[in-house]
Design a protein around this ligand. Sequence first.
Ligand SMILES: NC(=O)C1=CN([C@@H]2O[C@H](COP(=O)(O)OP(=O)(O)OC[C@H]3O[C@@H](n4cnc5c(N)ncnc54)[C@H](OP(=O)(O)O)[C@@H]3O)[C@@H](O)[C@H]2O)C=CC1
Ligand SMILES: O=C(O)CCC(=O)C(=O)O
Length: 498
Amino acid sequence: MSTPQTCRNYINGQWLTAVAGATLESRNPANKREVIATFPRSTGTDVEAAVVAARQAYQIWRLVPAPARAEYVFKVGELLSKYKEELAQLICREMGKPIAEARGDVQEGIDCAFYSAAEGRRLFGQTTPSEMPNKFAMTVRMPIGVCALITPWNFPIAIPCWKAMPALVCGNTVIFKPAEDTPACATKLVEIFAEAGLPPGVMNLVHGVGEEVGKALVAHPHVDLVSFTGSSETGAEVGSICGQTHKRVCLEMGGKNAQIVMEDADLELALDGAVWGAFGTAGQRCTATSRLILHQDIKEKFTAMLKERTSKLRLGAGSDPNTQVGPIINERQLQRISQYLDIARAEGAKVLIGGKIATEGELENGYFFQPTILDEVTPQMRVAQEEIFGPVVALIKVNSFEEAISILNNTKYGLSSSIYTRDINRAFTAMRDIEAGITYINGPTIGAEVHLPFGGVKQTGNGHREAGTTTLDVFTEWKTVYVDFSGSLQRAQIDNRK
Ligand SMILES: NC(=O)C1=CN([C@@H]2O[C@H](COP(=O)(O)OP(=O)(O)OC[C@H]3O[C@@H](n4cnc5c(N)ncnc54)[C@H](OP(=O)(O)O)[C@@H]3O)[C@@H](O)[C@H]2O)C=CC1
Ligand SMILES: O=C(O)CCC(=O)C(=O)O
């Protein structure tokens, strides 16, 4: 066990303890005796200092040319590459995901840095004809101001990067409130932004409890925008406060993602998709596959294949290269998953495999849940409707393609979706009729790429898309500019007559 790291807030270019002095700690979810970090339990006073710093810095930062702002973000990308392994090891210890996935988390940050940095030389507006003579019409993107970025623990590097990087390139300043479970990852990330040379106040970090720090940021009158990823419940609260104060808000919330497997699918391919979609990151992704909608003709065979593969998955600490499924983030989430198993049994679902907290050998030291398959699930059951956020997948049998699409759409969420079929007509029909922000054809529901829009429909979000060029609509305001040069023309004509 290594010595716990002492994390601090980063406000106006300085590393600070919370003014009130209180601290919290994060632990290794694979070994709960190991304290990874202590970090400030900040209060409204620290939030106030960060907002003042970010507002002051904004007046200078917004005037730095966008290509120059982007150079800082490019530098962050280079530094992330340099520290990639160190960061990945830290993610394994603090968040728990297997090392290969942790490297992917950092790589997403690197990809986002280079993609966002390039946008510094674009940030395109439009020019369009004016209906008046001697008039020029155009639109330009303007920064919004101070952005509060409130992030979850499941992608402790990628998600903060895909918010902070475009926000900064667009000319905003940032206050980052990371999840309580991953303060050390957040601190290392902000150290990297600082090492890249960002001026004081442009990037600020305030650790603490969501109900305290997150809430104070959302309610603060001088925070202009909130970008939030997390649970639907918290997202609804954040959205409602922002609505009351007319604050810009981008919400990215839950999913109840389904993979359809039709009778003509390549079953081996669909199996790979189902296993990694459902059990990758121990199911703790908003894009995780939590429902498998199986055509009746392949249901029995596919279920047997899935059960066999699931039984061989190796649970363990993320830092062990042999681990395929890591721990659950904390005790509260572990108990929540366990409660969903009770609900599933009470509703009449059949536990085919798994279904319990895993305690064999060293697993007892951490928060592990057995990869679980629930069979005989019907579309209205709570386990088919509510986000579990754990390694639990529900099997639902269907008789037709139409029924499969209808059941897939039958939830309040609409983030990711997938269909395995060899029929091109069905693939395109699914692409058209599925109600989700993301649809994969012959691929799992997970695996977002940073240059495409990320987000969902219905209660998954509020219509915005981060990542891709659509993120620019989150982090900028449009300004419409009319230039009327008829006056000066007339003056020039008068001058010529003289
Ligand atoms: N869509 C996604 O990617 C994710 C979805 N979830 C879903 O959320 C469930 C619970 O996970 P949890 O981590 O508690 O998610 P939360 O939504 O509570 O947390 C997400 C972020 O919001 C902060 N926060 C909490 N309360 C408030 C508030 N009142 N105002 C402002 N910010 C706040 C949290 O801080 P703090 O950590 O201090 O509480 C964290 O930084 C999961 O089971 C899963 O269903 C979770 C993570 C990611
Ligand atoms: O599917 C992915 O790769 C991205 C998932 C994600 O960002 C999330 O679960 O929060």
